[in-house]
Design a protein around this ligand. Sequence first.
Ligand code: ADP
Ligand code: MG
Length: 476
Amino acid sequence: MTKTASSVWNECLSFIEDNIKQQAYKTWFEPIKPIKLAGEALTIQVPSKFFYEWLEEHYIKLLRVALVKQLGPDAKLIYDVRMENNYSNSNPHTVKFPSSNRNPIHTSQGVNAPLDLNKRELKNPFVIPGIQKVKIESQLNPNYNFESFVEGDSNRLGRSAGLAVANKPGGTSFNPLLIYGGVGLGKTHIAHAIGVEIKDKYPDKTVLYISSEKFTQQYIDSVKGNTRNDFIHFYSMIDVLIIDDVQFLSGKTGTQDVFFHIFNHLHQNGKQVILTSDKAPVDMQDIEQRLLSRFKWGLSAELQAPDYETRVAILKNKLYRDGVEMPDEIVEYIAKHIKSNVRELEGVLISMIAQASFNRKEFTLLLTKQIVDKFVKNTKREVSIDYIQKIVSNYFEIDVNTLQSKTRKRHIVQARQLAMYFAKRMTKASLASIGSQIGKRDHATVLHACKTVDNLTETDKQFKKYVDDITKKLTF
Ligand code: ADP
Ligand code: MG
């Protein structure tokens, strides 16, 4: 039987699948397409440069063994990197030669590699040679460094990408590096750590950490003060720009626009951009498409909630740093009960230390339990859509069935719209799921309800009072 790219690759895959974890296989091997077999050279198509680098770093040995089994000792592997976002459409892909598999898998000679679109060779025409660098305060918190950041499965990708960026700012394909994840999982910490590490390694580089909120404010001020150009100029001089919580830019078109231009300028000049967000790019709302597509150029790494072992390690690390000793059973109790958020883990520790030293108490399990309970109660009271409907119905003195009914009586319609509005604001449910739970309406109805409530809150004092009252009832 003659070998084809697919047949060879399928054999390789079954070997690889037997040798790595299912999840890793799915993530890194399923997306690969075999596209060409020429002699002993197999060309595979990978979705991004990052992907290629990841394979090279983590799986090259395995690939080599698999390929040699199929094609003999002279097997060659060629990557075809599909670029999702080209600068020009004329060049649909680049061919990449793996650096680390020269032996025994030789890189194919004589294939002329098309322009590597990821190499930013464009020179900035605006840089005047010899111009003095202005010293810019980095705004970094030195305590947020890699040393104090405990590694775990939940953060490994983000952490190692962060380290890679810190080693070679602007010189990896992780540009921009977007770190995203829920509240209190360490986004800000990693963002600072990258900056701190870069400052340490490359003291001459201009690093700037800024929150999106502050960035927005500065931009607004610059527009007011007629100094928009200075604003842009300032940001264009930075070597490593770290912007925290970019989800805050949602809906702010002016700021997004200026950021887009700054981003392009920095990126084209090989400068590093690091972003954090509480959402993945696909879930960001009211962020311009062209900006979102820029975010996807580099690497998006998710921080997940730490597992139990990592939680214990984080607590112990913190205790060690603070010079406090605490029995293991107590540390374990905290780690067992506080699961979703590292900031809360730290919060419990701080409360414990405060309580114990105030009252000259020992760290007891009872004290721990009381403090943990408080934290869990305060945060775990995630409101449900049912609860919202109950509170809203009570407030208007109707019952939940009436609220859900098809009636068009104005005060009932309003109550229903308020319930939808709060469900959207206070739960993670989708519009469709909110609609189906509140009287089997569709998502458009819920969207309309949210808009109506927004409008009425601005124009109608009485209505605003409803919103405020219900908010209080729902949050206390
Ligand atoms: P986010 O920006 O994602 O909301 P932060 O970066 O502010 O979260 O982290 C919250 C707190 O938890 C900070 O004090 C941070 O130092 C700490 N923290 C988060 N992850 C870790 C970790 N892996 N190791 C040590 N401390 C961590
Ligand atoms: Mg943060």
